[in-house]
Design a binder for this molecule. Structure first.
Ligand code: MGD
Ligand code: MGD
Ligand code: SF4
Ligand code: MO
Length: 895
């Protein structure tokens, strides 16, 4: 059993694919002190704001603690035996009647490798269907397909150190400042030490990442292949072909160059296709040509596209041509999203793969895996990819689906279709750590999983580094590891080979499979873990982070392919001809704008965990639609007011914002809000379900939409100690504050004092403070309970509501003093300075206005000076790019 003696435990962050090391010291109960682990090679002690706030997400509020079964419309608590019996019986019955393809698993890059391995073995080897897909389909599948086409295997050739060694870093479709923050900080630090390091960002938006960029190429959405084909052609014409490398280790250059064609040979034409200033494009091409040590890192702006796989290969082509691969400071680099995106690929979690980097379409590969498992059967054709899977569920072809560690009702495109599918499905099993998610609402059987801090296993980060997640908290309620639940069902279905005594035994089997028939004359592959075979529990627990392929238990390999040795037969890499094409859904007519979706700095996906942290709530307390002021004018919407965004698939409501980074013709909406945190802000409902033909990855960044006013008679907010049921409110959103819940409201039916009382749950003789100005359409009220502020409500005809900052702080008081009572409805502290403004630094709660004031008053010039003056940026550093932006703003205003 784990040691619970409040000693620090070294583990790995459960969020992004950087995979930072964490030292967690249990603080009694469900809490823990979270620090960066200086020994972890991925982060060397750094943590971003999400990682730093993990301690605020560990409490058991909202946790799913017991299995539950749906009966007569309602869920009732059940024991594990009953729940697992139910799943096993229904799975067996459906398979017996309709065949193995009538059941499916939909899993996640947030599973540990051990969970993932068991899920894949269960489906492909025992059920005998490849209908297991994962949310990595929505994330990394284009990179996987691109790697396989180019290298013959899904391998990232480089490592994080390359970002520090490079002379040029090109970030394509990546907002690393917010999404891979500690890696971004390594880049920032490298540049500080070596100012000659050049950084280029290719993104239609001007993001926080651009604050570090020497060049920002605001590319027309979807046109990356034009840009990189043009670059390939430019490099070839300017004598940059690494002839030895190309001759010795690659094939197909002619075809790739031919497809770039005449258009690609003329940078001015490329610039036109990409909507870029020709001078800017030429400057980038010249810089790339002149800089041997170049890393091209890419993320969702590349992968999540109907031409995602071609985008990936168009980038890799440029690195193959110049031989810039696998050597210090150079290479194409796929930034992975989830903590175990890579581990999932190693165990073959996608519907078109087999375990251990083997192919489902290859009979010898199938035989290898089947014989290793000694399995009764093996899936012999590809299964359904995520989007198609949920279509098949709606059509009744797939009759049972087990969803694990993902929230598809929020995160899949055409998300209302997913709702319909789950409604129609005979058996929906959901394994989650949280009881109420948009997806769990459709569960027939709900299974409680161990969360981060409780579960035990391994993850692999973007640079192929395997590291341990270790438990440091006791299992709460009846929660169990996901692999344990899977084994329970498998055993009940009569399958042998699922009697593991612990995660270490699963890992051992996984490591052994990687060596199985892995020989030059058999089925050679780069992925192999020989030195990790045979670890007992102790050795597994002591495992240090290590990069595969391995030379020893602690001796990894940082870089690959410098000397060729690719996994295609013959060992050569392949140039892939990539013919450019635009996204199919062109904005115009009814839907004139292109919807781009993505992430915010302080939230993780559907907010089930980051949403618990008050510290993380301040940065972006509401969903918004960011668009160019000109497009707002055309759409008749105004900053600060609510707008409806509609596509051919669905609609949502969000507040209009002008962040300043969006070009005309596009809008940006964050992905995080869902049915639990807003009445109507699930952006997935709008997203075009078009997918890339090779990878099956959806077009998340490009859906034609229109924006129009969402008319309300009043705007308002409520801060309340308890959650409220907000009936008859046209629009609401919710975030967690320290000691309170914050609701932002837009309403149509007037709020009278009586209605205000009803909304806040104030009885006849409640301690109630109220101020009303009917002529101005203003109402302010507060409910006090035993001397403490219980709730307050502010309503106004216009969205000109007072700051929530000071009001929020009153919830931390044991009792309201007379001064606080007197000024409560003014929403300002008696002798308070100016409103601090929206949060920039979440760690120290420093607002925009505070920072701006300091910059102006004290004439601050650098982010370091800002930190010294007001603390902002002094902990995790995630807000430093935003501080730099504010410094620029002041500088511009002064000039
Ligand atoms: N804070 C935070 N960090 C996260 C996550 C999170 O939820 N929150 N999630 C993690 C996960 S799973 C993932 S996958 C990663 C994603 O990390 P990123 O890919 O960096 O994040 P996104 O915001 O999805 O999109 C990146 C950028 O692609 C741009 N883009 C859109 N269309 C195009 C195009 O046609 N061409 C180009 N070149 N760019 C385009 C968008 O404007 C956006 O700025 O983040 C990980 N890290
Ligand atoms: N519009 C739009 N949509 C997108 C994207 C986009 O850019 N735009 N990006 C896509 C991408 S890249 C991704 S990765 C997806 C992410 O989308 P999802 O995977 O749907 O998002 P999460 O909120 O991370 O869902 C994880 C779920 O697993 C639960 N969970 C956490 N830990 C465990 C565990 O150990 N076991 C179990 N059983 N459950 C656990 C959480 O409570 C949560 O409900 O979104 C995709 N959807
Ligand atoms: S960068 Fe942040 S979210 Fe990503 S692994 Fe590190 S601490 Fe976690
Ligand atoms: Mo992702």
């Amino acid at each position: 059993m784990m040691d619970m003696h409040l000693k620090p435990v070294r583990t790995t962050c459960p969020y992004c694919g950087v995979g930072c090391g964490i030292k967690a010291t249990p603080a009694g109960g469900a809490g823990a002190l979270i620090e960066g682990d200086v020994l972890h090679p991925a982060s060397r002690g750094r943590l971003c704001v999400k990682g730093s706030a993990l301690g605020e997400t560990l409490d058991l509020e909202g946790r799913l603690l017991h299995p539950a079964i749906r009966e007569q419309g309602g869920l009732r608590q059940a024991g594990w035996d009953e729940a697992l019996d139910r799943v096993a019986q229904r799975f067996s019955a459906i398979i017996a009647e309709h065949g193995p393809d009538a059941v499916a698993l939909y899993v996640s890059g947030q599973l540990l490798t051990e969970d993932y391995y068991v899920a894949n073995k269960f489906m492909k080897g025992y059920v005998g269907s490849a209908n297991i897909d994962t949310n990595s389909r929505l994330c990394m599948s284009s990179a996987v397909a691109g790697h396989k086409r180019a290298f013959g295997e899904d391998v990232v050739p480089g490592c994080y150190e390359d970002f520090e060694e490079a002379d040029l870093i090109v970030l394509v479709g990546s907002n690393a400042a917010w999404c891979h923050p500690t890696l971004f900080q390594r880049i920032a630090k490298a540049r500080e030490a070596r100012p000659s390091l050049r950084i280029v960002v290719i993104d239609p938006r001007r993001t926080a990442t651009c604050e570090l960029a020497d060049l920002h190429l605001p590319i027309k959405p979807g046109t990356d292949v034009w840009l990189f084909n043009g670059l390939l052609s430019y490099l070839a014409r300017h004598g940059l072909v690494d002839k030895d490398y190309v001759a010795a280790h690659t094939e197909g250059l002619e075809g790739a160059l031919a497809v770039a064609g005449e258009e690609g040979a003329d940078p001015d034409r490329v610039a036109r296709a990409c909507g870029l200033d020709p001078m800017l494009l030429r400057e980038f091409y010249a810089l790339f040509a002149a800089t041997e040590k170049t890393v091209t890192a890419f993320s969702m702006g590349v992968n999540q596209s109907s031409s995602g796989t071609d985008k990936v290969n168009s980038i890799i082509n440029c690195h193959l041509l110049t031989g810039r691969l696998g050597k210090p400071g150079m290479g194409p680099f796929s930034l992975t999203g989830q903590p175990n995106a890579m581990g999932g690929r190693e165990v073959g979690g996608l519907a078109n793969m087999l375990a251990s980097h083997l192919d489902i379409d290859n009979a010898a590969h199938r035989d290898a895996v089947r014989s290793f498992w000694d399995a009764p059967r093996i899936a012999d054709k590809q299964g359904l990819k995520a989007v198609d899977l949920f279509r098949a569920v709606e059509a009744g072809k797939v009759k049972a689906v087990w969803i694990m560690a993902t929230n598809p009702v929020v995160s899949l495109p055409d998300a209302d279709q997913v709702r319909r599918a789950l409604e129609a499905c005979e058996l929906v099993v959901v394994s989650d750590v949280v009881g109420s998610t948009d997806t769990a609402a459709y569960a027939d059987v709900l299974l409680p999983a161990l969360a981060w801090g409780e579960k035990d296993g391994t993850v692999t980060n973007s640079e192929r580094c395997i590291s341990r997640q270790r438990a440091f908290l006791p299992a709460p309620g009846e929660a169990r590891a996901d692999w344990h639940a899977l084994c329970g069902v498998a055993q009940r279905m009569g399958y042998a080979g699922f009697d593991y005594l612990g995660a270490h035994e699963i890992f051992d089997e996984h490591a052994r499979l990687s060596t199985w028939r892995n020989a030059p004359d058999a089925l050679p592959r780069a992925f192999r873990l020989d030195p990790l075979v045979g670890m007992d529990r102790l050795a597994y627990d002591a495992l240090e982070p290590v990069q595969w392929p391995l030379a020893g238990r602690t001796a990894g390999t940082a870089r690959m392919f410098a000397q060729g040795g690719f996994s295609h037969p013959g060992g050569r890499a392949r140039f892939v001809p990539t013919a450019p094409r635009l996204p199919k859904g062109k904005p115009g007519g009814e839907f004139p704008l292109a919807l781009n979706t993505g992430r915010l700095r302080d939230q993780w996906h559907t907010m089930t965990r980051t949403g618990k942290s008050p510290r993380l709530a301040g940065h972006a307390p509401e969903p918004f639609v960011d668009l160019h002021p000109h497009d707002a004018l055309l759409a008749g919407v105004r900053e600060g007011e609510l707008a409806r965004v509609t596509s051919a698939w669905g609609a949502m409501v969000a507040r209009v914002a002008h962040g300043g980074g969006i070009a005309r013709g596009s809008v940006f909406v964050p992905i995080h809000w869902n049915g639990q945190t807003a009445s109507d802000a699930r952006v997935g409902a709008l997203v075009n379900p078009e997918v890339d033909p090779v990878s099956g990855e959806p077009e998340f960044k490009h859906t034609p939409v229109r924006v129009e006013p969402f008319g309300v008679a009043w705007h308002g907010f409520i801060l309340s100690r308890d959650e409220l049921g907000l009936e008859r409110i046209a629009n609401w959103t919710r975030v967690r504050g320290r000691g309170f819940v914050r609701y932002e409201l837009g309403g149509r039916e007037p709020v009278t004092p009586e209605r205000a009382r009803a909304l806040l749950g104030a009885g006849e003789d409640a301690d109630w403070i109220e101020y009303e100005d009917k002529a101005e359409g203003m109402l302010r009220a507060a409910l006090v309970l035993e001397g403490r502020l219980q709730a307050c409500l502010f309503v106004s005809r216009r969205p000109d509501l007072p700051s929530r900052a000071w009001l929020g702080s009153l919830f931390e008081l044991e009792a309201l003093g007379p001064m606080e009572r007197a000024t409560l409805l003014a929403a300002r502290a008696p002798r308070q300075g100016p409103d601090p403004g929206p949060t920039v630094c979440s760690c120290f709660g420093v607002g925009r206005n505070t920072i701006m004031l300091a910059i102006r008053d004290k004439d601050l010039k650098t982010s370091g000076e800002v930190t010294a003056c007001v603390r902002a940026g002094g902990n995790c550093g995630s807000c430093v790019p935003e501080i730099r932006k504010l410094l620029d703003e002041v500088r511009c205003a002064e000039a």
